[in-house]
Design a binder for this molecule. Structure first.
Ligand code: CU
Length: 156
């Protein structure tokens, strides 16, 4: 554990040094890429209206990793393309990223932030589940199983 801590710190140092020099070869530090320990996904579900319209994905993401983490995108084989959206009144805006401070959690829920599943696959029906992968700024990913619900659902 001690050793891991030390190498993580060194990798961080190497990264900032590399950035300062304007060299990007070190950008993907192997010790950190793909590390999602301390991040948990809960209340994962999706609401399908009709197959021809985008579906919405909801979840709570909790960050106990001790570092700020930034969600930058998502993908799912059942969606064609997934976007980060937020409802503002009757409009939706695109979110380029969502930061989660250490010790905090963020909720994607109806009338607020949501994943927009642009092209729902025919198999995406209430009662099934869909895999969705969240992507973070540091290159790490977190995959969860989302329960698919119908148009009248309000929560998982
Ligand atoms: Cu949307």
């Amino acid at each position: 554990m001690k050793h891991l801590l030390r190498s993580t710190r060194q990798a961080g140092l190497a990264c900032s040094l590399t950035l300062a020099l304007g060299v990007s070869a070190f950008a993907a530090a192997p010790a950190l890429a793909g590390d999602t320990s301390g991040l948990t996904l809960s209340d994962t579900w999706m609401r399908v209206i009709v197959p021809s319209r985008p579906a919405a994905g909801y979840f709570t993401l909790t960050n106990e990793s001790g570092e700020a983490r930034t969600l930058v995108g998502a993908s799912s084989p059942a969606c064609g393309m997934v976007m980060l959206h937020e409802s503002k009144g009757d409009k939706m805006v695109m979110l380029p990223e969502v930061a989660v401070a250490p010790g905090e959690s963020v909720s994607f829920a109806p009338r607020g932030k949501h994943l927009m599943c642009m092209k729902p696959a025919a198999e995406l029906k209430p009662g099934t589940t869909a895999e969705v992968t969240l992507k973070f700024k540091d290159g790490s990913t977190l995959t969860g199983s989302f329960d698919v619900k119908g148009a009248t659902a309000t929560g998982k």
